[in-house]
Design a protein around this ligand. Structure first.
Ligand code: GAL
Length: 414
């Protein structure tokens, strides 16, 4: 075809209403829950990468992870699937694959050599029947304790190294008129705080065994009673406005000093960065008090609805390639507050907190999994969140009753 006929062909298509960009564009509708300031800034980097490669992006943001995940699944079941949707690797994504709802991106993964570039735990969890069903872009840690340095200084306290020390510190902060813990009172956020307490009080081996086996003796142990006693001791240190608060509003309380501490995944760092603050400066980041070094991981991915058209497959494969592109992983994670899923990306592109995380996970013994979407089936994950939230919000449940309800709910959900 001569240049002239090509131009004529293009003109004809343009006249027929096809936009130039859609001539060869792979159009992807992307359903996700990245709606906070930091999350929006981060996903914009993926969109930029996708559009730079000729893709057309239709954005479908839905606030709140559980709402967005329900929408993605309902649309697949209802025959109107989003091309691509945000999820996390682990048991819950596997459940969708078991139902035949997902397409694989094995062609792209094999072509880009994902196997050699991902930590083994993530590589295995991103596959179903030996094929990649998700494109991992990051690793988030959930057992972070962010703090406002000025708030601590005002109360004359320092960063606590143990949970008993934290409780003493929190009392001094409260006496100084500062909210010790900025918390969003939603089950998944309360569970993040609980799991940090469990890691700190029971240790990383107990955490790993309890959640991987769901063994009733472990869940009914004196160790678990100590976890519930410590968790209960934190209740007086949040403000009455906590119930229902969105996580990024709780992050903002810590950033502006209304609250001293904030126990959250390091997506909170995305808000700190979006606020123009260098993490580790006026706002500090340490792991929640624990003797063992450990990282409770959750890994964000895009997954791909099982749509039987060439156009959808082309868009999905393009998106998978963009998600794994090293430049996109750097640009996204710098704004998201997480670290790249790929192991071959130099650390110096990231803030001090992220570099500490990267250094920590070099030791596979530190790898723990979130009970949100990663390490347990959806029924068990829901039981964990619900019983922890019921206990946290109950004025009269004893720690023994909390532990018993936790064990019972998990036994019923298994
Ligand atoms: C998590 C997700 C993070 C962040 C957080 C709060 O499930 O891994 O990327 O979005 O939800 O929205």
């Amino acid at each position: 075809m001569t240049r002239f006929t090509k131009v004529a062909g293009l003109t004809a298509l343009l006249l027929a209403g096809a936009s130039a960009s859609s001539l060869n564009a792979q159009t992807a509708e992307v359903l996700h829950w990245w709606t906070s300031g930091g999350e929006q800034a981060a996903i914009a980097e993926i969109r930029k990468g996708y559009e730079a490669r000729g893709g057309e992006w239709i954005d479908t943001p839905i606030a709140g992870g559980s709402a967005a995940r329900a929408a993605a699944v309902n649309r697949m079941l209802g025959g109107d699937p989003a091309t691509v949707f945000q999820f996390a690797i682990g048991e819950q994504l596997r459940e969708l694959a078991d139902q035949g709802l997902l397409a694989d991106v094995e062609n792209v993964a094999a072509g880009q050599g994902w196997d050699d570039k991902l930590p083994p735990l993530i590589m295995q969890a991103a596959k179903h029947d030996g094929k990649y069903i998700a494109a991992p872009i990051n690793i988030h840690g959930e057992n972070w304790m962010f703090y406002n340095g000025a708030a601590l200084e005002k109360a004359g306290v320092s960063v606590p190294k143990s949970w008993p020390e934290f409780i003493e510190t929190a009392q001094k902060l409260q006496d100084a008129g500062i909210i010790p813990i900025g918390l969003g009172g939603q089950p998944w956020q309360e569970r993040i705080l609980f799991n940090s307490v469990m890691l700190g009080v029971a240790g990383r081996d107990f955490y790993a065994r309890a959640y991987s086996t769901l063994d009733e003796d472990l869940l009914m142990s004196d160790t678990m009673l100590k976890v519930f006693e410590t968790f209960a001791a934190l209740k007086p240190f949040v403000d009455e406005g906590s119930p229902g608060r969105r996580w990024n509003e709780a992050t903002a309380m810590m950033i502006d000093g209304r609250a001293a501490f904030h126990f959250m995944g390091d997506w909170a760092k995305g808000e700190i960065i979006a606020a123009g603050i260098e993490p580790g400066s006026s706002v500090g980041c340490v792991f929640a008090p624990a003797e063992d070094l450990a990282y409770i991981m959750t890994v964000d991915v895009f997954a791909f609805s099982n749509i039987d058209t060439d156009a959808a497959r082309a868009a999905q494969e393009k998106m998978a390639g963009v998600m794994f592109d090293p430049d996109v992983q750097i640009a996204f994670n710098q704004k998201k507050g997480s670290i790249p899923a790929r192991m071959d990306i130099p650390n110096d592109s990231f803030d001090d907190c992220a570099q500490y995380a990267i250094k920590t996970i070099q030791d596979p013994n530190t790898h723990l999994v979130s009970t949100g979407l990663f390490g347990v089936p959806s029924s068990v994950s829901g039981a964990i969140d619900d019983t922890i939230s019921n206990f946290w919000n109950s004025a009269d449940m004893t720690p023994e009753q909390g532990r018993d309800s936790f064990r019972q709910a998990i036994a019923n959900a298994k």
